[in-house]
Design a protein around this ligand. Structure first.
Ligand code: GYE
Length: 330
């Protein structure tokens, strides 16, 4: 359903109507309009369980039965692929473009092209850092900085609980894709929290690209370099899964010898919290399909939406994982 085309055809019909042969034209124009809203989704990739749940949320929401045609593009974690996808969406004259941007910067040109074509852009999950906020209509996602802060709060409380709050505690940090807002926000929250507690030391930080394989590889190198790691922060669960394997491989017990705090709180993280291998996972909700659909419905009805919408999130840990697991949707 193309509003712009519809408006143009209305104008044309009025003109033609005044020339006294309107009816045939109006039938032709409604036949060309199938009533569907076409949405192009430029997805990051398939790097994690979180991402899989996010893709599934879009694919199950934007279905024909709900009045949508979804054009889905997997950018394989590459910004240039996302830029190409957005240009394709513009060329196909979609009604809405949705982007989960791989990184925050470098979007001005392509969003300018979408704006010039009159196609609203909705950001979901990760943020863009653009000088002109009118380049996108709205953003919905998690508060990544707050998630980092919450991870540190959890650790500080836990250290107190187990009587280690006056010990020197050595931390390492497995970061997400550098320059992605999930990485930027979580890293800031975590490193500020480490700096604020004189007992916590950050030995090293390095990206594990949000994948299990890279998380394992980086954790292996941390374990080679440092014999006295007390805590690993993994900026997503999948990197924590990789870290668990690396920790086991050197004969240590994940969750006991090395405390693991991760992010996302996907299903498998609950299984690992119940097993005591992950100590805590800070929730990041991936089910943005219905949220974006709601934004689109409001815009279709001529309403306006908040520019920035944060999803409320919780922290789960080894103490409540078993009780909470049955309530989880991803
Ligand atoms: O934490 C990670 C995924 O942007 C919030 O991306 C998302 C992050 C999520 O790959 O698992």
């Amino acid at each position: 359903m193309k509003k712009r085309i519809f408006a143009a055809s209305l104008a044309l019909m009025t003109l033609i109507g005044s020339m006294a042969f309107a009816s045939g034209q109006s039938e032709a124009s409604s036949a060309a309009d199938d009533g569907m809203i076409t949405v192009g989704y430029a997805q990051v990739g398939a790097e994690s369980d979180w991402r899989t749940a996010n893709t599934e949320s879009f694919k199950s929401t934007f279905v024909e039965a709900n009045g949508y045609k979804l054009i889905f593009d997997d950018a394989q974690q590459k910004q240039e692929n996302q830029i190409k996808a957005i240009r394709n969406f513009i060329q196909q004259d979609v009604d809405y473009i949705v982007v989960a941007p791989v990184v925050e910067t470098g979007w001005e040109t392509v969003l300018g092209e979408a704006k010039a074509a009159g196609i609203p852009v909705i950001l979901s999950d990760r943020m863009m850092d653009v000088s002109d906020p009118s380049l996108y209509t709205a953003w919905v996602g998690g508060n990544f900085y707050q998630e980092g802060v919450d991870g540190i709060l959890w650790l500080n409380n836990y250290l107190k609980k187990i009587g280690r709050d006056s010990e020197n505690i050595n931390c390492v940090l497995l970061q997400g894709t550098i320059g992605s807002s999930a990485q930027v926000g979580r890293t800031q929250g975590i490193t500020e929290g480490i700096d604020a507690n004189p007992n916590l030391t950050l030995l090293a930080k390095q990206t594990g690209e949000f994948t299990q394989a890279k998380g394992q590889e980086v954790m292996e190198s941390f374990l080679k370099a440092y014999s006295d790691i007390d805590v690993v922060f993994a900026e997503n669960d999948n990197m924590a899964f990789g870290a668990i394997d690396a920790i086991k491989a050197v004969g240590k017990v994940p969750g006991q010898d090395i405390i693991i705090v991760s992010f996302d709180a996907v299903h498998e993280a609950f299984v690992k919290m119940i097993a005591g291998e992950i100590n805590a996972s800070v929730e990041c909700n991936p089910l943005h399909g219905p949220r974006v659909a709601e934004i689109i419905q409001i815009l279709e009805a001529g309403g306006s939406v908040d520019k920035i919408m944060y999803v409320v999130e919780e922290v789960f840990d080894m103490f409540n994982a078993e009780e909470k697991l049955p309530t989880r949707q991803y």
